[in-house]
Design a binder for this molecule. Structure first.
Ligand code: SF4
Length: 254
């Protein structure tokens, strides 16, 4: 990737360093915040990377966003594009992570993975980001409980289609917790996946609850084919292509 595409050269995580002394106007000191800060200082997370890029998906597509990619995932989707997040990562204090995010000076944050909810301290991280004034989204596999996520967070919840190999992991109880600020995402590999997703949407009346996103598996399903199927069925979903891959390919951290 050429340097001209690099919106912010600073990438934090996996051994790189942020300027921890940087303060942000997104972090006003409120009464009682010392207590919260003391608690946050004791919490840690396993972090794959923190990076700054354009949001590639969801209704926030195109927005400059700080991404926090937490390490680990209990699923193994056949077409996963972030297997480097499955293992490793560095242990970071929640307070240090907040400082890394603040250093970018951007109001929009996306917590992703891996499966971020597989770490119990993801919940206090999300709450702390909201408390700090960020607009926060969470990308989750749909296999874990989303009900405890801070209600200020926009939850992007996958529903795993059969060809992912992880259909059995879908936690259908999550559907009852969705609100209009959340979004449902299907990643589809073929026509059978599409037909399955269409039936799920009808059966669960998902399009009446929140936006529904359809993404084709890159290199397996032609985006134009998926577009034609959606149009033919008048399906109330949004086709989305991953903007970051259009711009930068499969570059990690972009
Ligand atoms: S849930 Fe996400 S990170 Fe985990 S294997 Fe599936 S696509 Fe990859």
């Amino acid at each position: 990737m050429s340097e001209s595409h690099t919106l912010h050269p600073q990438r934090v995580g996996r051994g790189s360093h942020a300027d921890m002394s940087t303060t942000s106007t997104l972090h006003p000191q409120e009464p009682g915040s010392e207590c919260k800060d003391a608690k946050a200082a004791t919490l840690t997370l396993r972090l794959t990377e923190v990076f700054f890029s354009l949001q590639g998906e969801t209704s926030r597509v195109g927005l400059p966003t700080v991404f926090i990619r937490l390490a680990g995932c209990p699923l193994r989707c056949r077409w996963c594009d972030t297997p480097y997040s499955f293992q490793g990562g560095e242990t970071v204090a929640l307070t240090a992570l907040l400082a890394q995010v603040a250093a970018f000076g951007v109001p929009t944050v996306c917590v992703t993975g891996g499966e971020p909810l597989a770490q119990k301290n993801c919940l206090p991280l999300l709450a702390a980001l909201c408390d700090s004034g960020y607009s926060v989204s969470l990308e989750t596999s749909g296999a874990l409980d989303i009900s405890k996520v801070d209600p200020r967070v926009s939850r992007i919840v996958d529903i795993k289609a059969p060809d992912s190999g992880e259909e059995a992991r879908n936690r259908w109880e999550n559907m009852a917790h969705l609100t209009p600020q959340d979004e449902i995402k299907f990643v589809l590999a073929n026509r059978a996946d599409y037909d399955w997703a269409r039936e799920v949407i009808h059966a669960q009346k998902l399009a009446q609850v929140c936006p529904v996103l359809f993404s084709p598996v890159q290199g397996e399903l032609q985006p134009a084919s998926l577009a034609e199927w959606i149009l033919a069925d008048r399906l109330p979903v949004r086709l989305q292509l991953q903007l970051h891959k259009v711009l930068w390919g499969n570059t990690p951290g972009k």
